[in-house]
Ligand binder design. Structure first.
Ligand SMILES: Cc1ncc(COP(=O)(O)O)c(C=O)c1O
Length: 442
């Protein structure tokens, strides 16, 4: 490589003295200086000052085209005027009531209208929380303990699902997770029906949890339609709850999420990110019969016979207002916004892959529709095992290079495009990537 990693980092540091100062201060009180481990990268993360449309700025006054977008939460871009207005209006009326509010009803109706499996809805505060409750509901409904999840899939930080997200899959993802907990999770190879069939034959499985398109663990690696149909069939035949984790794909792949995009309807789905319009959210939605496992008001049901769910901030009116404003935009456009983002992602995939070919770089831009991933391997990426051949050093260097050129994509795996992105934003990513390939050509 003509430009070394330390030269790249030196340029990064030169452009961000105020971020460096804040990072040093943060580290005095906060492990690694960040409040989510994924946000740390070397030399230090930038400190954001504001976001508007497709752009984000840092505390040193640098502006970036944002390809992270709140880790996928900002499908309409930063500070969409309708979302800002809805939040301001609600904030003036109070931020939490700790009793039911009308916005919860409106947003639940909107979710039920848009998401095919959503006959009933419960709101939570994060995707992690939604997944935790989805599994609890599935276990309560089936009266079984075991769950199936797939290698490379990220479903949040909850112990039972924080298993086998990144390579090597045979090592725990975190210290502090009891092996007895992980023992209830069957970690399977993705996109292979026969391993699911075998696991289901040999175990009493409550739920199969799947990301229809992988996000944080392998952005853009998609399940095949036949595979999803196969999971549907296996689940139905064996009385298992099929859970689509649509925290990323929900409202993105199509207004009705991946279940609409692929035409396969799960029993339960978990939502988050876009649902909250940029405010903390999660949701659990699904078939009435299963969701009613949560209901403590049914005649004769005792506490221990129902799946408890709740929390101080569930159904928070500010989040509900932001989510409603966001879903109204997506729903009103009848798929046009999703198609536009899919077109932009398609352009990125095509142009980057052309460049990788032209510069003879082992890399590929992957994804279907409005999903995107960029990896430095020429191997097939049908599952997360394919990432074994990914040149991580090069992938990180590409990201740091882009940041120094005004494109915000720290070295996480997920790439996101919003409806606020213009053709010029897309072209900038392609041009700056070409500069990177030229500079690093051996
Ligand atoms: C597919 C998926 N599920 C669950 C989660 C966890 O969501 P949260 O970060 O809101 O807890 C994420 C977060 O990135 C995700 O990508």
């Amino acid at each position: 490589m003509k430009m070394t990693m330390s030269e790249l980092e030196a340029e990064y540091i030169r452009r961000s003295p105020r971020s460096k100062q804040l990072f040093d201060l943060a580290c005095k009180l906060t492990p690694a200086g960040v409040h989510s481990n994924i946000r740390f990268f070397k030399p230090y993360p930038l400190f954001a000052a504001r976001g508007e449309g497709s752009k984000i700025s840092d505390v040193d006054g640098n502006e970036y085209i944002d390809y992270v977008l709140g880790q996928g939460a900002l499908f309409l871009g930063h500070a969409h005027p309708n979302v800002v207005k809805a939040v301001q209006e609600q904030a003036a009326k109070g931020s939490i009531y700790a009793t039911a509010n009308e916005l919860e009803v409106k947003l639940a109706h909107k979710v039920a209208k848009m998401i095919p499996c959503a006959e009933m809805v419960r709101f939570a505060n994060s995707g992690t929380e939604a997944l935790m409750h989805a599994v609890r509901v599935a276990r309560a409904y089936t009266k079984r303990d075991k769950i199936v999840k797939f290698e490379g899939a990220y479903h949040g930080f909850w112990d039972d699902l924080y298993v086998g997200v990144s390579l090597p899959f045979d090592k725990p993802m975190s210290s502090g997770i009891p092996s007895s907990v992980a023992g209830n999770t069957l970690l399977l190879e993705f996109n292979k029906l026969e391993v699911v069939e075998r696991a289901v034959r040999e175990n009493q499985v409550a739920a199969i949890v799947v990301e229809p398109v992988m996000g944080a663990g392998g952005s853009g690696i998609a399940a095949g339609v036949e595979y999803l149909k196969g999971l549907r069939e296996i689940s139905t035949d064996n009385g298992i709850a099929l859970i689509f984790d649509e925290v990323i794909t929900g409202f993105r792949m199509a207004p009705g999420g991946a279940q609409q995009y692929f035409g396969v309807v799960p029993d339960l789905t978990t939502l988050g990110k876009i649902l909250g319009g940029g405010y903390p959210v999660g949701a659990l939605a699904g078939k009435r019969e299963i969701m009613q496992t949560i209901d403590p008001t049914k005649e004769g049901v005792r506490r221990w016979e129902c799946a408890q769910h709740g929390g101080t901030f569930c159904g928070n009116p500010i989040t509900m207002a932001a989510g409603l404003a966001t879903l109204e935009e997506i729903d009103r456009a009848g798929g046009q916004l999703n198609n536009r983002v899919a077109r932009l992602c398609g352009k990125i995939r095509k142009d980057l892959n052309d460049l990788f070919l032209r510069y003879r770089v082992k890399a590929r831009a992957i994804g279907v529709g409005p999903s995107l991933g960029v990896f430095f391997t020429d191997g097939e990426l049908k599952d997360a095992r394919g990432l074994l051949s990914n040149d991580e050093e090069k992938r990180v260097a590409h990201c740091i290079w882009l940041i120094t050129k005004g494109i915000w994509h720290p070295p996480i795996k997920g790439w996101y495009v919003s409806t606020a992105h213009k053709d010029a934003d897309i072209q900038a990513l392609i041009d700056k990537t070409e500069d990177f390939l030229k500079t690093t050509r051996s």
